[in-house]
Ligand binder design. Structure first.
Ligand code: BES
Ligand code: ZN
Ligand code: MN
Length: 529
């Protein structure tokens, strides 16, 4: 390294770019082109693919008005023959009925709510993502809000993870979708503001999460986010570099970043919309480990590659704020992305080291693989010291233990604040990104009590409640008077292909947090503890 420094100095080259011939931040590709969407009251000449969302047999009469009598009878007969039950996420695909190349029937379930409509749209979007012909979605007779959700779901479901497959991002935009509805102008306005903002933000979150660590690292994450927020009203965008973090004494995130050639960053994006309530911003803090090798406490090789997703929490909090800013929602919200790469190196932190976080607390490192809580320690200390938050919610792929406890269906929710936990649970239920409450027992303090320092970053023997101990640790870096909740998303952030998403990132949390921030009701002081 020293020799190269000398050579670079002699040649007058930048030491950094010569020492590490690594991709520049603009290497994060532009998002895929989406199907253009228009809304209309009248059908164009029938052709291409038709989507029929149906909750029961009787819906075919209204929704199927776009079909002539013979085609409607053929669809009805096919559904009977299939013994189709109209259940949510269920589909029937028919080819060559009447003038249509394909008719896709999507079940809505008996009493669909907003999330069910969005899910039906997403299932259709995913099923038809590679269809080249124009698409018509029949939504006549449905309330405007339901149609907006269908359109939003269609965009969410179209997302594809095949980022590096040749030509995929260079291809022309897919053929357009026309959504047939009773009040097209009203729906179009709702979709153009909120719906499309969510689709785009989720696509960004999933793109950033899916990209490998040689493309997405702290600086390139920041560059990609900066491009997304450029020109949006009400946004302030600040990325703390290493000297700035040193001035703030953020010893915990700096410690995690020390073993990597890619320096850490603390990204702070605030969006304050017109008409936002007073009382301070809602702070959303995300674990942004762009790769988690475990550091000196190196992980076992199998599945280590999945640790490129260890910045999913950061991608989701930034995505949620992006959705709100794009929609110019009347909210005051901050995303903090605590970005670092956890690598083993001569300069890396070791087990036994002691770090000092921004709030002055000393931390004994038991495992360098318990790094997410370290970067979040400084993120939360920063929020408490600088932002006067109304509430703080952190999202992190923090522990394998939460997956053992809850599987892939629920994020673990930890909070000492009942009102905050209730609002998060309501938002999670409304958007179908479920959370399950887990305890923050005072006894977890024993797992993190250190002989030498104020706290230690892991129990060491791992006998206790792993996810709870991690949550407890994070909570020590924000004042008890601040309503705080922690979502451990290690089980839900990414996974295999399903009916609405491809293999890879789920973008978990973007919709949940967007809903939560919009619906936020300030917590009366009496309820704070
Ligand atoms: N990023 C991992 C947690 C993880 C595991 C996320 C599996 C997604 C899938 C985290 O940094 C980690 O290594 N956690 C340790 C904590 C332990 C050292 C206290 C774990 O879960 O084993
Ligand atoms: Zn990690
Ligand atoms: Mn780890």
């Amino acid at each position: 390294m020293r020799a190269r420094w000398v050579v670079c100095a002699v040649l007058g080259l930048s030491a950094l770019s010569a020492a590490h011939a690594q991709p520049r931040p603009d290497a994060v590709p532009a998002p895929a082109l989406q199907r253009p969407v228009t809304f209309a009251a009248q059908a164009a000449p029938p052709a291409g693919v038709l989507v029929l969302p149906l909750g029961k047999a009787a819906d075919l009469a209204a929704r199927g008005a776009v079909l002539d009598e013979a085609a409607r009878a053929a669809v009805a007969r096919a559904l009977t023959a299939e013994d189709f039950k109209y259940g949510a996420r269920k589909t029937v695909s028919l080819r060559g009925v009447g003038p249509w190349d394909r008719i896709l029937i999507v079940g809505l379930g008996e009493t669909p709510d907003a999330a069910d409509y969005q899910m039906a749209g997403a299932v259709a979007g995913r099923t038809l993502a590679t269809e080249k012909t124009p698409l018509t979605l029949a939504a006549k007779g449905l309330p405007a809000a339901a149609v907006t959700e269908l359109a939003t779901g269609l965009g969410i479901g179209e997302y594809r993870s095949d980022i590096f497959q040749d030509g995929r991002r260079k291809a022309a935009a897919p053929a357009p979708a026309t959504i047939l509805a009773d009040a097209p102008a009203e729906i179009e306005t709702a979709f153009r503001t909120r719906g499309r903002a969510l689709v785009d933000a989720m696509a960004w979150t999933r793109d950033v999460s899916n990209h490998p660590a040689n493309v997405v690292y702290p600086e390139s994450f920041v560059a990609s986010a900066r491009a997304q927020f450029a020109g949006l009203r009400g946004v302030t965008f600040e990325a703390l570099d290493v000297p700035a973090m040193e001035r703030l004494k953020m010893g915990a995130i700096l410690g995690v970043g020390r073993g990597s050639a890619r320096p850490p960053r603390m990204l702070i994006v605030r969006y304050r919309g017109a008409g936002a309530p007073a009382g301070g911003p809602i702070v959303l803090a995300g674990k942004g480990i762009t790769f988690d090798s475990g550091g000196i406490s190196l992980k076992d090789p199998p599945n280590m590659g999945a640790m490129r997703m260890d910045m999913s929490g950061a991608a989701s909090v930034v995505g949620a704020v992006l959705a709100l800013a794009r929609a110019q929602a009347p909210v005051d919200v901050v995303a903090i992305a605590a970005l670092a790469e956890n690598m083993p190196d001569g300069a890396a932190i070791r087990p036994g080291d002691v770090l000092t976080a921004m709030n002055g607390k000393t931390i004994e490192i038991v495992s360098t693989d318990a790094e997410g809580r370290l970067v979040l320690a400084d993120a939360l200390a920063y929020a408490g010291a600088q932002l006067q938050p109304a509430a703080v919610v952190d999202l992190a792929t923090l522990t394998g233990a939460v997956r053992t406890a809850l599987g892939d269906d629920y994020a673990g929710l930890f909070s000492r604040h009942e009102a905050l936990a209730a609002q998060l649970t309501a938002a999670a239920d409304a958007v179908d990104e479920p959370v399950w409450r887990l305890p923050l027992h005072e006894s977890y303090a024993k797992d993190t009590s250190s002989t030498y320092a104020d706290i230690k970053n892991s129990g060491g023997t791992e006998s206790g409640a792993g996810a709870g101990a991690g949550a407890h640790f994070i909570g020590e870096f924000i004042g008890r008077e601040v309503p705080w909740a922690h979502l451990d998303i290690a089980g839900v952030a990414y996974g295999p292909a399903g009916d609405w998403k491809p293999d890879g990132s789920a973008g978990y949390g973007v919709r949940l947090l967007e809903r939560f921030v919009r619906d936020w009701r300030p917590i009366p002081p009496a309820e704070k503890k």
